[in-house]
Design a protein around this ligand. Sequence first.
Ligand code: G3I
Length: 386
Amino acid sequence: MKASAPGFIRYALCVRSQAQLRHGCAAVLLFCLPVFALSNDPAGVGSARLGSSIPPHQPVHASNTVTASLRQLAAPQGFFIGAAVEAQTLRDDAGYRTVLAREFNMLVAGNAMKFGPLCPQPDQYDFTNADTIVAFAATNGMQVRGHTLVWHQQLPLWLEHGTQTPAQVKAILRKHIQTLVGRYRGRVAMWDVVNEAFDDNGPALRDSFWLKKLGPEYLAWAFQWAHEADPAAQLVYNDFGIEGMNAKSDAALALVTRLKAAGVPIHAVGMQMHITPEMPARLAENIARFRTAGFAVQFTEVDVQLPMPVQPTALAQQADIYRALLETAMTSGINTFVMWGFTDRHSWVPHFFKGKGAALPFDEQLQPKPAYTALHAVLTQAPSRR
Ligand code: G3I
């Protein structure tokens, strides 16, 4: 999408409807209008916060270089390629902002929309970071994934260690979901409603705070409350370890199928795709069975971690994996490919896996790695999906 007009023109990626996005259909580009930043920020949140909380965001000039960006290649395919972001990094790192806005048409908050960071005290929400991310996305014509409404980690301490009764916990969760989803109604296209409900290795449900307090009914309740708060949002069950054909993906398929049959508004399954340089077993077959059961499938947290110090051969192997993942996504009816970050400068991997890192397509100097080149090649060569 190249600017034809001079000046600070931003493009809104206009999809026909949230409903189309929700059902995992390729978003059909009706038109791409040059819009000015504030005009596509209906609540005005972005303009206020952008003015006060981060330096004036330099627009993404339409690239007049020969090489198209990932988002410029993805958009005509109705494909969303994105990354997880942190608000503070958006504020602090101009290079990070520039690459993000140039290359991606979807964002997800890595931490800012989780219950604990949002609500450190009962009924006291701090939306500063979440608003910064949503505003940045609006300014740069990007869709937003909401992450995550119900998870066993990063809960507020007042809740996790509280003495609330089950009935009180149910009311707290309902109010949380409707507060958060309601605030971003129409501005967050999809929500990871429940994240990682199964044990790490499946197939049993995780004995989480939510299961202990509410029983398995919490799963259906969460989706229903999210749907009430934003009927147009695509509602996703998100998990790791369900990418290949295995006992955990079997259990996840059975769960979402059962919920859907009971009338629960669950539209998609997110495969996180936190992997080492090895493809999940029978990935395409697994995707197909979720789609046959009526669910859109998304890759929601892609990264391919490498042993450190990284070797050139490992970078080539990583590129092959990124290529295979994107090729599989594009030939399996997936239209959402979101990575958990985009640069090794800001990645969770080294903090959680000793001796591992370099998991993303840009290096610590924000330079493209072979993995980026592989993604670019797949999008360049992709037959039109229209
Ligand atoms: O913000 C606080 C900071 O104030 C404090 O000084 C610092 C030291 O205690 O902690 C900071 O919070 C950290 C937060 O990341 C923000 O950096 C938390 O300790 C840390 O636990 C948290 O880690 C996050 C992790 O989820 C929690 O399990 C990662 O950033 C985040 O990338 C990761 O993301 C998850 C997805 O949500 C779900 N799928 C798996 C994925 C990787 O674990």
